[in-house]
Ligand binder design. Structure first.
Ligand SMILES: [Zn+2]
Length: 369
């Protein structure tokens, strides 16, 4: 798994402190220019200049500012837009040494040259105390020179590196069928039931809407969102911690949102649930993939004949018996089993199905990396 970590080293700054301070002065100059320009654009044209706009405005400026690498100027634009977004203010604080702004000089990896205990920036070599080794196999992506309140300088290097995959905590290997409404079904038979929030809040919502209480309507929607998110968090964590492998159907909520099923899909909100499973799977070492779930309902997970209920007409059928192998099925558990099988070895008609028994557990699983 790729992660980015910051390593910090103290610069031997007695000989270069002044130079770093002057460079930081140029950074401040660029920052203040961006601040003034961005602020004017908002005031006069209500335009919030993007990072791209600011890069255009400052392109070529490194010719006038010999201390700064052109990428440093771009990094300042990036940081400016980020800080402006976080503060949500049209104008940020000016940077200046007089106002005790701490020195800051950002750079990208290609703008510096790193050797044993030196770093070269804009033709000048800075020595630092190598208080710890660089991470093995790590690669610098970005970094910055930074001053602390005592006036000391440091170089912070952001290393991208690979770390060991975590081991999954659980052993279940699951297919999961995300139902349209409030139920998710696991291939081992477990069913997750979520409170039907739309139904529960429908009346209150209708009352508030009729009374024209916009604030109250917003509040109820926020409440529904919160409860749903909370449920999604808890249940996705439980699943991830009990599994080593998960396959989930690729049902697209956005497509269904446009149909008359919209309300129940919105209520189920499986998209968020799936997203949570996905990122928690990465940090827990769980093998996770989405599977094309077409035919998962009509296929018998035992003999893989398409003997199950199909079509809108048969949506109500919850249990059925396979006419080919006589296995009896719960509709949703069967679908979940198929999602696992399809996810591991492919669909029967996909032409790569090494099947005789239809046993999903022995299929060749692909390890995510
Ligand atoms: Zn069958």
């Amino acid at each position: 798994m790729q992660v980015v970590k910051t390593y910090s080293y103290r610069i031997k700054d007695s000989s270069c402190r002044n130079h770093l301070c002057r460079t930081a002065g140029s950074v401040n100059f660029v920052w203040n220019y961006l601040n003034a320009t961005s602020c004017r654009a908002i005031r006069e044209r209500r335009q919030w200049l993007s990072e791209f706009d600011l890069n255009n405005l400052t392109s070529g400026a490194s010719k006038e500012l010999p201390l700064l690498h052109s990428q440093t100027i771009q990094a300042i634009s990036k940081e400016y837009v980020k800080a402006r977004g976080q503060s949500n203010q049209a104008k940020l604080r000016w940077r200046s040494a007089k106002k005790k702004t701490l020195g800051w000089i950002p750079f990208k990896a290609s703008g510096v040259k790193l050797e044993e205990d030196t770093i070269k920036y804009r033709g000048r070599v800075y020595r630092f105390w190598k208080s710890r080794d660089f991470p093995e196999g790590g690669r610098v992506v970005t970094g910055s020179f930074n001053q602390d309140a005592e006036g000391r300088w440091y170089v912070n290097l952001q290393f991208q590196m690979k770390i060991e995959e975590p081991e999954p905590k659980g052993e279940r290997r699951l297919g999961i069928d995300l139902g349209l409404k409030t139920q998710a079904t696991c291939s081992d038979g477990e069913k997750l039931k979520r409170p039907n929030l739309t139904k529960e809040w429908e009346e209150k919502l209708a009352v508030a809407q009729r009374a024209g209480k916009k604030k109250r309507v917003r509040k109820i929607h926020a409440k529904i969102r919160d409860i749903r998110q909370d449920w999604n968090h808890k249940e996705s964590t439980k699943l991830i911690e009990s599994c080593s492998l998960i396959r989930v159907g690729n049902v697209s909520s956005s497509g269904l949102m446009k149909t008359r099923m919209a309300k129940s899909v919105a209520d189920a909100g499986w998209f968020q649930f799936k997203t949570m499973l996905k990122y928690k799977a990465i940090t827990h070492g769980v093998d996770f993939e989405e599977t094309n779930e077409a035919f998962s309902t009509v296929t018998c997970s035992q003999c893989l004949e398409r003997t199950g209920p199909s079509g809108i007409r048969n949506v109500g059928i919850r249990e059925w018996i396979c006419s080919s192998c006589r296995a009896s099925h719960d509709r949703d558990v069967n679908a979940a089993k198929n999602i696992l099988i399809f996810g591991l070895v492919g669909r029967p008609d996909a032409g790569r199905f090494p099947l005789s028994s239809g046993n999903a557990g022995t299929g060749g699983s692909k390890k995510n990396s």
